[in-house]
Design a protein around this ligand. Structure first.
Ligand code: TYD
Length: 222
């Protein structure tokens, strides 16, 4: 059986990934691909516990290396439990964030650099790579304003405090944004950069265009 298709979505906080994933999933379902959806950190029982540690504002003393190690621990579990079995069964997997987030946030934002992230990815994630990454990245001013709008999300609404990253300073988000650009420049075949202050419909159109192309080209190869 041909390997399935692994699609990831990336972008700053508030970039609209969640809305786009829902619309992409509905589009895939209408075409007969039952997509597997998951998000990082989280998505498995163990990953959800790691997520709590990572995003809770009370985890203020978390060292950047610990933070990165926890992101990879979460990812290794998701690959073993969900992503690899689904791909082996020929399914489409859509993941909200993957190792590009670690490179952008820990490598860029926390200044740990790209190399350590790429090395750990090879070791811990056996270099599992997405077939296609959709990077939602408007200009920095728009990206920052959207990330800030998400700032201090209503804890009472979710019952959880998941604001640790959203309370970071502008310089942190600038480094994340720049690192995402660097990744897109380095891997143009995998990463589709969706720039500009586009409407939800316009972004969706670009996403389905890229996904259709990738589905066709992967089907031709298998
Ligand atoms: P989440 O609430 O899922 O945000 P979003 O909807 O924007 O994806 O929080 C995930 C946060 O974790 C987000 O601020 C980015 C951060 N993160 C990292 O710093 N490194 C990583 O490897 C991953 C997967 C996420």
């Amino acid at each position: 059986m041909p390997r399935g298709i692994f699609i990831t979505l990336e972008g700053l906080d508030g970039s609209g990934k969640t809305t786009q994933i829902k619309r992409l999933a509905a589009w895939l379902t209408r075409r007969g691909h039952q997509p597997f959806l998951l998000r990082q950190p989280g998505g498995t029982a163990i990953g959800d516990r790691i997520r709590e540690l990572l995003l809770d504002s009370r985890s203020r003393s978390l060292d950047p290396m610990t933070e990165m190690a926890l992101m990879f621990a979460d990812r290794a579990q998701a690959i073993a439990e969900i992503i690899q079995p689904a791909l082996d069964a020929g399914k489409v997997v859509v993941c909200d964030r993957f190792t590009d987030s670690t490179e952008a946030y820990q490598g860029g934002g926390r200044k740990l650099g790209s190399q350590v992230v790429l090395d750990l990815h090879r070791l811990i994630c056996r270099d599992v790579q997405p077939d296609l990454t959709l990077l939602l990245l408007p200009g920095f001013a728009v990206s920052l304003a959207r990330a800030r709008r998400r700032n201090l999300r209503d804890t009472s609404e979710t019952g959880r405090d998941e604001n640790r990253f959203e309370t970071e300073k502008d310089g942190f988000f600038r480094r994340v944004w720049e690192k995402y650009h660097e990744i897109a420049g380095r891997e143009p075949n995998r990463v589709v950069l969706i720039e500009g202050d586009l409407s939800i419909d316009e972004v969706h159109e670009q996403i389905i265009e890229s996904v259709s192309e990738r589905i066709v080209s992967l089907a031709q190869k298998s």
